[in-house]
Design a protein around this ligand. Sequence first.
Ligand SMILES: Cc1ncc(COP(=O)(O)O)c(C=O)c1O
Length: 393
Amino acid sequence: MSNNFARRVRKMADDTVVNTLKLASQPGIISLGGGLPNPDLFPVEFIRETVDRLIKENSHQVLQYGPTPGLPVLRASIASYLSQKWGRAVKPEQVLITTGSQQALDLVGKAFLDKSDWVLVENPSYLAALLAFNGYEVKYDTLQLKPGGIDSGELEKKLRSGKKYQFAYFIPTFQNPTGVTWNESVRRQTLALAKQHGLMIIEDDPYGELYFQSVPPASLAALDQGNTVIYLGTFSKTFCPGLRVGYLVADENTVATLTLIKQAMDLHSPSLSQALVAEYLQDQKTYHDQMEKIRVFYREKVRFMMKEMEKQFKNVASWTKPAGGLFTWMTVPGIDSRTFYHEAIKAGVSFMPGYPFYANRPDYSTLRLTFATVGEEQMKIALERLKRLIKRS
Ligand SMILES: Cc1ncc(COP(=O)(O)O)c(C=O)c1O
């Protein structure tokens, strides 16, 4: 049967990463590798009571098929939330509910990418977005990611070269994998260049609300006065990922066409999950308290990790100091993370090797670490193990 797989599957079904990460599930290994939010933060009581009430009061709707673009109440809540946050009107018709933002990535791929088209991405970029776009057999051009964002001079040069990019895919805030945030001037320059050259931007923003201290610069979508940016949001990090509720914001016509494509994918996203998220957004006190709890929790986690990293790796590695999100990105000169990973597993610690996050020219000396899930004692042990290994290599 495997002979029957479509040609595109070859690019999608590279199991190196999956096989690599499987090793981390052995007992005794402390994992700094996953990208999961901490499950202790899930508002379990709120969810239990709300689901119970929704089913008692409204089972005919929340357990039934629903409209493809999403439950009207949720689209309206998101539109109103974004209008306030962005300082410009967003209509419910501009919001398409998706099954996580991962579906939105596949959806924009299906809608805009033909075989051999060019996509512009940060280097490194989000691995699963590259996997989604790979399914459309595209080619990548990359912009090196630096501490304050991409280099807008490099962007301008690429856009002036005349190469046609179907879209650029960017994660400007607390990026996965690096934790880097673009500064405001890079955002403004990028948007101006995109407008000038007719470049469409897909802005993926799962972490924007997970800031530790100060609110990050406005999103590209908030700054966009026209139709340059398609914005992807999700409730995976601000509520629970298992509900699989994300959303996409674009002009009404684009949303109408994307809705037809989504219909063929899954008819609609889960009704009960959507109704639950709508209740969460409308209950402003619960939402506000929960977001505060999440921010304080990760702020303490990152503070501890940064302090320990400073102690352990000061002279042997460099790493990013994220102002939000879930990750830090570490560069250890001289290592090759493909082999170093296996040594780390033997030593009882795992991380996410950095190379699969590069669309082109991987840097094998990079690793992604998360501070989200392990406790302080375990974190300390994991980083000590890592340090011993680095010293040996
Ligand atoms: C940058 C980025 N985009 C998209 C996603 C997918 O999120 P969702 O759970 O909404 O599908 C993730 C998840 O980790 C992510 O880091």
